[in-house]
Design a binder for this molecule. Structure first.
Ligand code: PMP
Length: 417
C-alpha cells in the first residue's frame, strides 16, 4: 500500500465525493460550503451542467488532438471566442496546462522578443512552483528553500503593499515606484530588463490589491525603456475580481497576459496572449508542449465563457463580493486580532495579527480549521499564513454568502472567544 507523500500540506481532511455549484459533499454525504473553489479554479461552480455536457460531448469525439500536430475544432473556436474577452491588441494566443507553465512561456517569450535577460518581479508575488516560476516567486521561502540554485536574472522590487508598515495606499505606491527606479539604477539596467512581471492582486502573497498609480508608473517606465509588462492574471482573471480581468480595476494594459485557473472550470488549461508584433519575434517552435490546448479542456473553456456571459457571473462576482466584504468587515469589527479585510470582488482576505502586532499564522490556521469543522472550506495565504482568504465560485448566491458569514462568525468566536 502506498500513501500520499508528506511533502504535501493538506488544508483540510475532507475526502470529496462530488460537487455541485458552491457545495462539496464528502463520502459520508456531509455538505461543505466550498469557498476555496479549488484555489480559484471552479469559476462556474462544481460540475456546472453546461460545462459537464460540453466536456462529455467532447470526450466522445476527440480527447487529445495534440495541437501542434493537428488542430481541432474546440481549439479553433476557443481562440476565436477569446477575442471577445482579451484586452485590445492582445490577439495572438497559445496554450499550456498550468499557471506555472504559462508563466515560463511568458518569460521565454519576453526574453526572446527583447533579447534581454532580466525580469523584475514584485515582492510577495506568486508565479508558480516549477524552478523558473519559483525563481520569480517571492511570497514565501517554502517555495524556494532547498531548491537552489534558482534561475538567475531575477530582481525583486517592492509591491505597493500598505499592510506591513501601516502605510496609506499612496505611500506604498510611491515607495514601490521609487524602489523600482532604484532597482533599474542599481541592479538591472533598463537595457538588460526584458519585463516587469506582476499580479493585479497579490494572491498567495496575501490578497493585496495593487493600485492604479502603481500600474500607471509601471506602464510609463515600461514604455520609456522598452521593457515588457507581463500581467499574471492566473488567479485574478475570468471574472474573479468583479471585472473580467483584474488589471481592468487599474486601467492597466499588459504586453503579455497570462491566464489559467478559472478559464476551464477545473480542466487543466492555461494561456498566454500578446500582440502579433510581439509573438512574431519569438522563434517558431520555441513554445508548445504535448498536452497544451487539450480538446476536452478547450470545450470546457468555451462552455465556461458561455456560462460566465449568460449567467452574468462577472456582475455576480462584483455584487456578491461587495456583500461578502460587508459581512466580513462586520465580523472583523468585533476582533482586534483581525486587522484588515481587503480584496477585489470574490477574492477577499482577512489579516490576523497577535497582541504584539505581528502577523499571526497560527490563529489564522486555527480559524480556518474550525470553519472546515463547521462546514465552510477556506484557505490561508500570506507570507506567514496570516490571511484567511475567501475565493468562492463565481456562481455563489446571496444565501451562500450569508451562510458562509454565519459560519465564519461562529468559527472566529470559537477560536478568539
Ligand atoms: N500565478 C498565480 C498568480 C497563481 O495564483 C498561481 C497558482 N496559485 C500560479 C501562477 C501557478 O499556477 P499553477 O499552480 O497552475 O502552476
Amino acid at each position: 500500500m502506498a500513501e500520499l507523500s508528506p511533502v504535501l500540506k493538506q488544508a483540510t481532511p475532507v475526502v470529496a465525493a462530488y460537487g455541485e455549484g458552491v457545495n462539496l459533499f464528502d463520502e459520508q454525504g456531509r455538505r461543505y460550503l466550498d469557498f476555496t473553489a479549488g484555489i480559484g479554479v471552479t469559476s462556474t461552480g462544481h460540475c456546472h451542467p453546461r460545462v459537464v455536457a460540453a466536456a462529455q460531448e467532447q470526450v466522445g469525439r476527440l480527447i487529445h488532438g495534440q495541437y501542434t500536430t493537428v488542430m481541432h475544432r474546440p481549439l479553433l473556436t476557443l481562440v476565436e471566442r477569446l477575442g471577445e474577452v482579451l484586452p485590445p491588441g492582445l490577439d495572438r494566443v497559445f496554450f499550456a496546462n498550468s499557471g506555472s507553465e504559462a508563466v515560463e512561456a511568458a518569460l521565454r517569450l519576453a526574453r526572446q522578443a527583447t533579447g534581454r535577460p532580466n525580469i523584475v518581479v514584485f515582492h510577495g508575488g506568486f508565479h508558480g512552483r516549477t524552478v523558473a516560476a519559483a525563481s520569480l516567486t517571492t511570497s514565501g521561502t517554502k517555495f524556494r528553500t532547498g531548491f537552489a540554485p534558482l534561475m538567475a536574472g531575477v530582481h525583486v522590487s517592492p509591491f505597493p503593499d500598505p499592510t506591513h508598515f501601516g502605510w496609506s495606499r499612496e505611500e506604498s505606491t510611491s515607495f514601490a515606484l521609487r524602489q523600482l527606479d532604484y532597482v533599474l539604477q542599481t541592479l538591472s539596467a533598463p537595457g538588460d530588463t526584458a519585463a516587469f512581471l506582476v499580479e493585479p492582486v497579490l494572491g498567495e502573497g496575501g490578497y493585496v490589491p495593487a493600485s492604479r498609480e502603481f500600474f500607471a508608473g509601471l506602464r510609463e517606465r515600461a514604455d520609456r525603456h522598452g521593457i515588457l509588462l507581463i500581467i499574471d492574471e492566473v488567479q485574478t482573471g475570468w471574472g474573479r475580481t468583479g471585472k473580467f480581468w483584474g488589471a481592468e480595476h487599474f486601467d492597466a494594459a499588459a504586453d503579455i497576459l497570462i491566464t489559467a485557473k478559472g478559464l476551464a472550470s477545473g480542466f487543466p488549461l492555461s494561456g498566454i496572449a500578446a500582440s502579433y508584433a510581439l509573438m512574431e519575434k519569438a522563434l517558431p517552435g520555441s513554445q508548445g508542449g504535448t498536452y497544451g490546448a487539450n480538446a476536452v479542456a478547450c470545450a470546457a473553456a468555451i462552455a465556461t465563457l458561455d456560462v460566465i456571459k449568460d449567467e452574468g457571473l462577472v456582475e455576480n462576482a462584483a455584487a456578491r463580493g461587495a456583500q461578502l466584504m460587508d459581512v466580513l468587515h462586520e465580523v472583523a469589527d468585533h476582533y482586534k486580532q483581525i486587522t484588515d479585510v481587503r480584496g477585489l470582488g470574490l477574492m477577499i482576505g482577512n489579516e490576523f495579527h497577535d497582541a504584539e502586532g505581528n502577523p499571526d499564522g497560527a490563529t489564522a490556521a486555527a480559524v480556518q480549521q474550525e470553519a472546515a469543522r463547521q462546514g465552510l472550506l477556506l484557505l490561508t495565504c500570506g507570507a506567514w499564513g496570516q490571511v484567511v482568504r475567501f475565493i468562492p465560485a463565481l456562481v455563489v448566491g446571496e444565501h451562500d454568502v450569508t451562510e458562509a458569514g454565519e459560519i465564519w462568525a461562529r468559527s472566529v468566536e470559537a477560536v478568539l472567544g
